[in-house]
Design a protein around this ligand. Structure first.
Ligand SMILES: [Zn+2]
Length: 465
């Protein structure tokens, strides 16, 4: 006779419940977290990427058509401590620590506190960490996600802190603050930080070929003295894409380090070109930058398919440029027709073959009328420069008080008048940013929240709370 007739039944029930919980992933913490970050991209930019992708290349835009559609979608307010309009340092600081910072501060609070960052927490949790960007690797966003500085200009200190933190992967631009002045760099302490990283076992990479062939588990790849080129100007022999760098980061971060433990990784991969193009009001460069970012998101989704214990997050810090595709009169006075952005206007914009930055660099600080005319004819087929904008460029007169980069934004106004792609500023705006998340923990990012709340939720996931 069985003295415990109920005994086998109860544990079985408990087992089944536990199994069901595991399968549905209710309490599952992600092993890997990928944060794909498009600086300066709000829903306005995502919608531009999506529509342009559909009408110009007849292909889905992964950010909207996969991540936002199938994942958890949220919106974040972006104001920093003290004012309404944020910069990238304050935005990333809130998202990386859960605490608001003032503009310019890198994960330092207004009272001087240095709350732990996402990458510090990840390191503490035994995870491997990686930073990838098209900007300088010490630029505000990757810096704020990992280390601390009173101002974003402290490049040398930020690089020093990277060496101490030892991210497993550093890929992007900004070789200047890794080398001493004697070797053509900008460091004032005579240190060769590339040699210092190499001494810690890092492979040092300088071009796309070396990136493709890299076999090490720890990488420092710096492909430019300063930031990488906008996608529209990029030389593929000299600089990799964000997708190339993201792929290389996955390979390095999943390599067996021989440590015997594998707690996964946290990767921050940023496209800064989306912000850069916004500041210059450069619609042709922005569309290509958005597509380049989207390619990196596709690489990350592919990784997630093979590694379902991975949380994938698409996020941003703020909107840049006050982009406003609209309809407008073709002429200011008289009987004028209406210019409305449509497929034809997108096609016109795609015939522009250089960034506004590249054209402004060719033109120089004291533009000559003949060179200006030649450059407009060469790089902007079908566009004509109105007399007022021509004079403004020749005299280097800004459009308005909220527009810098005089040559670029006046050329951008030429494009706007003939296509409808108007811009409201050459700075940041307050449009809330979207967060799309897929994988374990994704549901925490649903709804309308503050950017500091995003940081708190991310830290909770990393710390297993
Ligand atoms: Zn910016």
């Amino acid at each position: 006779m069985n003295p415990f007739p109920l005994r086998p039944a109860l544990p079985r029930l408990v087992w089944l419940l536990a199994l069901a919980l595991l399968c549905t992933g209710v309490h599952a913490a992600p092993k890997n977290i990928i944060i794909l970050f498009a600086d300066g991209a709000a829903p306005t930019q995502w919608e531009l990427g999506r529509y342009a992708s559909r009408v110009l290349r007849n292909q889905p835009f992964v950010v909207t058509d996969r991540v936002f559609r199938d994942g958890s979608l949220g919106l974040l307010s972006t104001h920093p401590a003290g004012v309404y309009v944020t910069d990238s340092a304050a935005g990333a600081s809130a998202m990386a620590t859960g605490f608001k910072a003032r503009n310019g501060a890198v994960s330092v609070t207004p009272d001087g506190g240095r709350p732990r960052t996402v990458m510090e927490a990840a390191k503490q949790a035994g995870k491997r960490i990686g930073l990838v960007t098209t900007a300088q690797i010490y630029d505000a966003s990757p810096a704020a996600f990992s280390v601390h500085a009173d101002t974003r200009d402290e490049a040398q200190s930020i690089v020093d802190q990277y060496l101490a933190l030892e991210p497993d992967v550093l890929l992007g631009g900004g070789r200047d603050f890794f080398l001493p002045q004697a070797a053509g760099g900008k460091r004032n302490d005579g240190k060769d930080m590339l040699a210092a990283f190499a001494a810690k076992g890092y492979a040092i990479l300088r071009d796309p070929q070396q990136l493709r062939e890299a076999k090490a588990a720890k990488l420092v790849g710096l492909f430019s003295e300063k930031e990488l080129e906008l996608e529209i100007d990029r030389d593929p022999a000299r600089e990799p894409t964000l997708a190339d760098m993201t792929r290389a980061a996955f390979q390095a971060l999943t390599r067996d380090t021989g440590s015997g433990s594998d707690r996964g990784f946290v990767l921050f991969a940023e496209n800064e070109n989306t912000d850069e193009a916004g500041h210059k009001n450069d619609i042709a460069a922005l569309i290509r930058a958005l597509w380049a970012f989207d390619d990196a998101v596709a690489v990350a989704l592919e990784f997630q398919k093979d590694n379902p214990d991975t949380l994938l997050i698409v996020a941003a810090d703020h909107e840049t440029g006050g982009l406003s595709a609209t309809y407008a009169r073709s002429e200011l006075s008289g009987a004028s027709s209406l210019v409305i952005v449509g497929p034809k206007e997108f096609e016109r914009v795609m015939r522009i073959d250089a960034s506004l930055d590249a054209v402004a660099a060719k033109l120089g600080p004291r533009p000559s009328p003949a060179l200006l005319e030649a450059l407009v004819a060469r790089h902007f087929p079908g566009f004509t420069l109105d007399a007022d904008l021509r004079e403004a460029i020749l005299q280097q007169r800004p459009l308005e008080r909220n527009f810098g980069y005089t040559t670029q934004t006046n050329l951008a106004r030429m494009i706007a008048r003939q296509t409808g792609f108007y811009w409201g500023s050459s700075g940041h705006t307050t449009e809330p940013v979207a967060v799309g998340a897929m994988g374990p923990g994704a549901e925490r990012f649903r709804g309308y929240a503050d950017n500091a709340e995003f940081g708190k939720r991310l830290l909770q996931l990393i710390e297993g709370r």
